[in-house]
Design a protein around this ligand. Structure first.
Ligand code: ADP
Ligand code: MG
Length: 691
């Protein structure tokens, strides 16, 4: 049924719902789940408010109502107090009707996100209700729905959406027949679809809500796994691999004569796993996980040598030019004595040089080609590509990986390397059916990075320490946050920081990189820093992944409270790369919330990427899903979280396997509604272009 027929919707709102949220049918509407719930019995006091609190509920009265500003800046402002302090309530739209509704002598219950503005908290467009009436309502959990700015401007906020969904639920004849096979529902003790949907929108108790949430997450992850496994089955038939049976001269010669250090046990184990794959009859699809600095590059090189020993060409693809160059400058001197032909191909390599590389590649005389995604272009033709290695995979999509597959008649082996520790089931979900190898050990003799927490009031002390380090010849990073929504302010912070540092450290040269620069400009600054032309590098997170400057042993992270834990960990991995004693200094403002204090504490206590990843999952709020990982999935996740719900995902994956085993032709009548539903919701086949 079209959503426009629901009471309170009509054609105009229907159009808006479609455009803003992709909601067309009543079914779509009911699958627009609340993103959180407010316990209506929990009331905050104004005196307790802190800047990084999410939605809060306040109970109090309005004392002063004024209209301010002219034209588009016109706003309605009311002073609100609960006896412990004052805040401002502000409205920018629908000013007249809101003003009419506000009363001075009433107890209000209001809901909104407090922000600090001119030294005072304010809440824009709060949900505001008569407190006495609210208390009379049954059910104390109130659902909050995501809406967009355009919807809010048309008075279609969370509250209105809730009313609309309520009307939809009250229509008797909409069918919420469960499409999950009843056997499955029983086996996993799932709530029925109808009850789960009703409970999610109108929870009557926290316990039922938890069951309902579990049911919908299971449903979503089950469909996801079903679709992934279906595709994997379809593909697995084709995956005959290029046999690499020989371990020969190149590998052994390098191993005994040129390897500059002995491998860690973890590196050895991983190489054995890779070798076993490559020797077999099937195509290798392996994910190599290893913390920053664990030595993945050398594993990549040894893997290449196995392929070269068997007469194949190899390629290593990195997400940025600087990383590709780094691999090149690490690998090419190492293999100098081996008579191996290594080349670097990035967007910067042009003209005759490029032509020559491409012709050597086609002729088969080029053994290792290192580069950026420029490698994927159809013009880049190999004679016989045996393995493609992709570094820092999370920057590449499934599509790009698929394009590498087609670089040989028989798909080459694939090794994907990433520093982001993720659970196994999640890895299989995000990257398809990859096997996983883990390097869980750092090379010996690594100086652990000392991580310190400084507050803004300690800045003088910080600068003194940095002066000392610089005078000893150590290079220093200053990292600033850059978060898309406040990009302009962040850039300004970075510029101001840069100017300030120039004053404080006037005798030193300071470079600056940020995401708004062209790749070539960035690389130039990075290279200058690497070559010691700059002593200080001011940057945004563009240095996050993989950059290696051993002499840069100190990193200051400004506004560290604004970074995620795994991001801080990645950043910190940039120091501690040489034999200098290394420091990572987390600068924060003086006053922090408990959650933030805990996050900073995790960073100062451990350098173990897996512990940090776990803490990260525990501390992050719901709805915080990694966009790039999401976009590669064949089904949009609305309620389940790839990381937090990994336990449910495990169950869902097993359940999906069972169904497929019992119904390999997708024609059992018990599953007919299931297959229909799967076809309805899957996105345009993401994996279909893998040949
Ligand atoms: P990542 O896994 O982050 O890509 P790299 O491959 O860049 O790490 O390795 C980090 C540094 O450690 C490099 O300078 C590399 O030469 C060195 N390295 C790698 N393996 C070992 C080892 N077994 N012993 C000593 N140093 C090693
Ligand atoms: Mg690396």
């Amino acid at each position: 049924m079209d959503v426009k027929y629901i009471k309170g919707v009509g054609p105009i709102r229907a159009e808006l719902l479609n455009k803003e949220l992709g909601i067309r049918t009543v079914g779509d509407l009911l699958y627009h789940f609340p993103y959180r719930y407010i316990d209506r019995t929990e009331i905050h006091s104004i005196a307790q408010l802190m800047e990084d609190m999410p939605y809060v509920q306040l109970k109090g009265q309005i004392f002063d109502i004024v209209t301010e500003g002219e034209g588009r800046k016109k706003r309605l402002r009311a002073s609100f107090s609960d006896g412990t302090g004052w805040i401002d309530l502000v409205w920018f739209n629908q000013i007249k009707s809101i003003e009419k509704g506000l009363k001075y002598d009433k107890n209000y219950l209001l809901l909104g996100k407090p922000v600090m503005w001119n030294g005072r908290f304010s809440i824009a467009h709060p949900d505001i209700e008569d407190a006495d009436k609210v208390n009379a309502k049954d059910g104390t959990l109130q659902a909050l729905y995501h809406t967009t700015d355009r919807m809010k401007k048309s008075a279609l906020g969370s509250k209105q959406l809730q009313d609309i969904i309520s009307s939809a639920l009250d229509i008797g004849n909409i069918s919420l027949e469960d499409f999950l096979p009843s056997q499955l529902v029983k086996q996993h003790e799932l709530m029925s679809l109808d009850l789960a949907i009703r409970t999610l929108h109108r929870p009557t108790s926290a316990a039922l809500l938890a069951k309902a949430t579990n049911r919908m997450k299971f449903e979503e992850l089950f469909l996801l796994q079903l679709q992934l496994l279906k595709t994997a089955n379809a593909n697995s038939k084709k995956n005959i691999g290029l046999k690499c049976e020989r371990i020969g001269d190149y590998f052994y010669s390098f191993f005994y004569n040129y390897l500059p250090f002995s491998l860690t046990d973890a590196q050895k184990r991983v190489i054995r796993e890779i070798r076993a794959d490559m020797r077999g009859p099937y195509q290798m699809n392996r994910l190599l996980q290893g913390d920053v600095g664990s030595g993945k590059t050398i594993v990549a090189l040894l893997t290449c040598l196995i392929a070269i020993d068997n007469g194949y060409q190899t390629t290593i693809m990195a997400p940025t030019e600087i990383l590709a160059e780094q691999h090149y400058s690490l690998i090419s001197p190492l293999v100098k004595g081996l008579e191996i032909n290594v080349a670097l191909l990035t967007g910067n390599v042009k003209g005759a040089k490029r032509k020559e590389i491409l012709s050597q590649l086609k002729g088969g005389t080029l053994n290792i080609l290192i580069g950026t995604h420029a490698l994927i272009e159809p013009k880049v033709e190999f004679k016989n590509l045996g393995i493609a290695i992709i570094d820092e995979q999370h920057r590449f999509g499934v599509k790009q990986r698929a394009m590498l597959w087609s670089k040989n008649v028989c798909p080459p082996h694939i090794l994907v390397m990433t520093a982001t520790p993720i659970p196994r089931t999640l890895a299989m979900t995000v990257y398809g059916d990859l096997d996983v190898s883990i390097i869980d050990e750092l090379p010996p003799g690594r100086q652990p990075v000392t991580t310190l927490h400084y507050h803004e009031m300690d800045r003088q002390k910080l600068f003194e320490g940095i002066h000392y380090q610089l005078s000893m010849g150590v290079q220093v990073y200053f990292v600033y946050p850059l978060i898309a929504e406040s990009e302009k302010i962040d850039l300004k912070n970075l510029e101001e920081g840069y100017i300030n540092l120039q004053e404080v450290f006037s005798e030193y040269k300071i470079g600056k990189v940020h995401g708004k620069m062209l790749p070539a400009e960035k690389d130039e600054v990075m290279n200058d820093f690497k070559n010691g032309n700059y002593q200080i590098l001011v940057s945004t997170t563009v240095i996050e992944v993989g950059v290696n400057v051993p002499n840069a042993a100190v990193m200051v992270i400004e506004n560290a409270e604004r970074f995620g834990l795994s991001q801080l960990h990645q950043l910190r991995g940039r120091v501690g790369r040489g034999n200098l004693k290394s420091y990572c200094i987390l600068m924060t403002k003086d006053k922090l919330s408990e959650n933030t204090k805990r996050r900073i504490q995790v960073m100062t206590e451990t350098t173990d990427g897996f512990i940090i990843a776990e803490e990260d999952m525990r501390l992050r709020g719901p709805g915080d899903i990694d966009g790039t990982q999401q976009s590669g999935l064949p089904i949009n996740l609305k309620i389940a979280h790839l990381i937090k719900d990994v336990n449910i995902m495990e169950k869902a994956r097993n359940a999906a396997k069972q169904i497929l085993q019992a119904d390999p032709q997708y024609n059992l009548s018990a599953n007919s509604m299931l297959w229909k539903r799967l076809n309805e919701i899957k996105k345009d086949a993401v994996f279909s272009d893998i040949s």
